[in-house]
Design a protein around this ligand. Structure first.
Ligand code: AMP
Length: 430
């Protein structure tokens, strides 16, 4: 067999030209989330299918239609994880945290898989950065987490991200609400979109509320809001959360259509949206999350409340790209060579500069000076030096800043330090 093999539809390579933006996003998570006491946990990409069926809900689109499930060699049904929370909750139960040390704050980073129709901002393999705070039902935990998210967007340079907030109640107040919705939707059955007419209107009427079709939207406009029908406990939680957010200065809008696509949510539910799309088109939700006070128990652990969110890395990266942020860094220094003496010395020069902390590319090609300088340009090097026999003999080099063409003479022995002090000083000024 011959011929080209391409990547799987909806699954993409991350190439070096885009990796810098991902590093910004990942590094910001590590720096900021640890400031709030979240520690990294990594769970396997493959879990038993039953985990997602039980945790996320058999009737959800994610599980019923989008999951990559397959039989292992022994026949066990396994699935590529479609999201991160179920796996983390499984690990929490499996390692006995619920009993020994219930208050846990974890964050994670990694690929998720959903067999969706690919389009810009929606893929079949995509990466999420997420957090989970387990072991507390206190609305201040939700508020602190939402403040952390707002700080994250600010830190990576994304402004204008809106927090849309809702409460989806709990097992006490939601059933009556679902009934009211079911009555409305059965009444207006003919007005719903095909998908929701056929399967959801009675089984999971909440799903109609976040349907994007004009038909469902028109019907959903007439639906009552759950926040007007919360039970006392949920209502207190909702009121306290809002008070805390206001105290912290975290802006939000109440959006009763935010119900989220997974079954495990209770009370707090939210999404982070870039309203005008800013580079994202229709896939303008950067992330979402909420409270899931029943999930750990559903998975066989002790009753343990939790709250978390997940951000879509590809969408964050697209949003950064649209505003020109997180561009790839070139090397600090490109060392061009002229003549055999320089060719013989250039590895040593590069090595010494790297010891000083500089990011260096040295010319190792048999190329004329023009070609070498073109390469330095293409690589977006900040500085370039040309080393020949005279520079080696005199111990002095001309350090040229490519963006301005300005040259300065420095001692060859200090080259690395000179470059680092200029490049890092510039970094601090940004
Ligand atoms: P969810 O787990 O569905 O709540 O999604 C949380 C976030 O993950 C969304 O707001 C998106 O930013 C991202 N996301 C979800 N599904 C996809 C997908 N198929 N492709 C790219 N990003 C996604």
């Amino acid at each position: 067999m011959s011929g080209k093999i391409s990547s799987v539809r909806g699954m993409h390579d991350l190439l070096p030209r885009d990796a810098a933006r991902w590093h910004v996003l990942e590094e910001a998570a590590r720096v900021l989330f640890t400031r709030y006491g979240y520690e990294e946990a990594r769970t396997p990409i493959v879990e038993e299918t039953a985990l997602f069926a039980r945790g996320i809900g058999e009737g959800t689109d994610v599980v019923a239609k989008e999951m990559y499930a397959f039989a292992d060699r022994d026949g066990t049904s396994l699935a590529l994880r479609p999201e991160g929370t179920a796996g983390l909750a499984r690990a929490y139960v499996e390692h006995g945290f619920g009993v020994d040390d219930p208050q846990q704050r974890w964050f994670y980073l990694g690929p998720m898989f959903r067999h969706e129709r690919p389009q810009k901002g929606r893929y079949r393999q995509f990466f999420q950065i997420g957090v989970e705070a387990l072991g507390s039902a206190d609305p201040r935990v939700d508020a602190e987490q939402l403040e952390m998210a707002a700080r994250y967007f600010q830190y990576v340079g994304l402004s204008g991200v809106e927090l849309r907030l809702n409460s989806v109640g709990d097992e006490k107040c939601r059933p009556a609400y679902r009934e009211a919705l079911t009555r409305l939707f059965l009444d207006r059955f003919g007005d719903l979109c095909d998908q929701h007419r056929n399967e959801t209107a009675s089984k999971n009427p909440l799903r109609v509320l976040d349907c994007k079709t004009d038909r469902c939207r028109a019907v959903a406009k007439d639906a009552p809001a759950l926040i007007d029908r919360l039970c006392d406990e949920c209502n207190t939680h909702w009121g306290d959360l809002r008070k805390q957010l206001e105290g912290l200065g975290v802006a939000y809008t109440v959006d009763s259509r935010i119900v989220r696509g997974l079954d495990y949510y209770t009370r707090t539910a939210f999404e982070f949206v870039l309203p005008d799309g800013a580079g994202l088109g229709s896939q303008n939700a950067l992330g979402g999350g909420g409270r899931y006070d029943q999930l750990v128990r559903e998975l066989g652990g002790p009753p343990t409340p939790g709250v978390g969110f997940a951000l879509g890395v590809e969408r964050l990266a697209l949003a950064l790209e649209a505003i020109g942020k997180g561009e790839r860094h070139g090397p600090d220094l490109f060392v061009a060579t002229q003549g055999p003496e320089a060719e013989g010395a250039v590895l040593q020069i590069g090595s010494t500069c790297r010891t000083a902390g500089a990011r260096v590319e040295v010319n190792l090609r048999k190329a004329n000076l023009g070609n070498q300088l073109r390469r330095a340009d293409r690589q977006k090097a900040t500085f370039v030096v040309v080393i020949g026999a005279a520079e080696l003999a005199g111990g002095r080099v001309r350090l040229k800043r490519l963006a301005t063409g300005v040259e300065e003479e420095v001692a060859l022995a200090d080259l690395g330090r000179e470059v680092v002090s200029r490049c890092r000083a510039a970094d601090h000024n940004v």
